[in-house]
Ligand binder design. Structure first.
Ligand SMILES: Cc1cc2nc3c(=O)[nH]c(=O)nc-3n(C[C@H](O)[C@H](O)[C@H](O)COP(=O)(O)OP(=O)(O)OC[C@H]3O[C@@H](n4cnc5c(N)ncnc54)[C@H](O)[C@@H]3O)c2cc1C
Length: 388
């Protein structure tokens, strides 16, 4: 088993997915070492190695648009900064509305996104047809499109981050489970792990779909919960589709990789929690095949190459938790990202690092602070566009 090289660190991070690694990166760049990342799996074993690679800036709340826009800028410079090509391809995100009500909702999203200075387009049916080849427009009344949204490959992101972190002196301990917190007078003094105790002035809970489990291991009530999400890849077709397509009515989404595979998913209701495993269900395959062949008839007859699943880590208001837990000084949360933690990681984790360093962030506490769910009377905009 990997063992920590020292007994004492400034920061220990639970979870070596994109959120934990990017948090470590911002902290290391700020000179906040020594830092250790503890992960019971392997690099990319969590949702960060199982996602659709979608990156978008179209959201219902201005705060999410801002995090997304800053993150897109980070994805664009990732190759220069980390020396890894992540194949970020700005083919746009095309949202589809099937009713006037849905189009009204997208018009509201468009108002928020355009208000943040991004050139999103509100589309009628013909406009939709202009942006995506091969869609059956039966039942489509309009949509929205933003060209600077797109897709990337998650794996080189994780490789680039982990290589860079090692070169910055950050310890990455994969295969080591964090079993709880070490406390003194209610304050965090470190982590209990399967490889022995680790002293740390701050612990970051970046355990993705298992972050609620870790919060409970820390003796606290968790407000987020894991939900299994399924996805598949088809046999390849000659590339024809630029944007990521997302349908509002059922959450169907898909894009085409550079190899030509159609990769996409659909929300199938699974019970909360991580007990169900990360395989694929017949119900998903049937529903996905029906939905996909209906909207994109040219995939009819194609085989499914792979199907898999992972966990969305969902907060009740669709927004992540970023900051110190008011119930446990020294415990910081970087979780609750739902189906969007990859795309939002660069900007969100910069705020996590600021919180760990005791610096103010520009985030509205009513929307992002981990303690917000303790206040029953809080009134802050939730993020409802959590599909796709
Ligand atoms: C099928 C699917 C499709 C998705 N599509 C997209 C998309 O298109 N775009 C997008 O932005 N996001 C998408 N997401 C969401 C995105 O993948 C996640 O929000 C993001 O990867 C979360 O990163 P993370 O680092 O928080 O979690 P993870 O990558 O899950 O990492 C958490 C890590 O914590 C470790 N861990 C857990 N408990 C412990 C413990 N007690 N001790 C030690 N280690 C522990 C795990 O081993 C794991 O490696 C998708 C997710 C899924 C499942």
């Amino acid at each position: 088993m990997n063992r920590p090289a020292r007994g004492r660190y400034r920061v220990a991070i639970v979870g070596g997915g994109v959120v934990g690694l990017f948090t470590a990166y911002h902290l290391a760049r700020a000179g906040a070492g020594p830092i250790v990342v503890v992960d019971r799996g392997f690099l990319s074993s969590g949702a960060s190695g199982r996602n659709g690679g979608g990156v978008r800036q179209q959201w219902e709340t201005a705060a999410t648009v801002r995090l997304a826009r800053e993150s897109v800028a980070a994805w664009r410079r990732f190759g220069r900064e980390f020396g890894f090509n992540i194949w970020f391809r700005p083919g746009g995100y095309l949202f589809l509305a099937g009713t006037r009500d849905e189009l009204g909702r997208l018009a509201e999203v468009h108002r928020v996104v355009a208000g943040e200075g991004l050139p999103a387009e509100l589309l009628d049916r013909d406009g939709v047809a202009r942006h995506a080849d091969g869609l059956s427009l039966d039942g489509v009344v309009g949509g929205t499109f933003l060209r600077s949204d797109g897709t990337l490959y998650p794996f080189p992101v994780l490789w680039g981050l982990s290589e860079t972190l090692r070169s910055l002196g950050v310890e990455l301990l994969y295969g080591v489970e964090a079993t709880g917190l070490r406390l003194e007078d209610g304050r965090v003094t470190g982590l209990a792990t399967a490889a022995g105790p680790i002293e740390a002035a701050a612990v970051v809970n970046a355990a993705g779909g298992w972050s609620a489990e870790f919060t409970r291991r820390a003796g606290l009530v968790a407000f987020n919960e894991a939900r299994r999400h399924e996805i598949l890849a088809t046999e390849p077709l000659k590339p024809f589709l630029d944007p990521m397509v997302v349908r509002l009515s059922d959450g169907l989404y898909f894009s085409q990789t550079m190899r030509g595979e159609i990769v996409g998913g659909l929300t199938v209701p699974h019970p909360p929690g991580t007990a169900g495993g990360m395989s694929s269900s017949p119900e998903f395959l049937v529903r996905m095949a029906r939905a996909l062949t209906g909207l994109l008839p040219r995939v009819r007859g194609l085989g499914i190459l792979r199907a898999w699943s992972g966990y969305y880590d969902e907060n009740p208001d669709g927004l992540p938790s970023i900051g110190e837990d008011p119930r446990r000084p020294g415990l910081f949360h970087a979780n609750g990202f739902g189906g969007h933690g990859f795309m939002l990681a660069p900007a969100s984790t910069r705020r996590v690092a600021q919180a760990v360093l005791g610096e103010p962030t520009d985030l509205d506490p009513a929307q992002f602070h981990p303690g917000r769910f303790l206040d029953a009377h809080r009134a802050a905009p939730a993020e409802g566009l959590t599909l796709g």
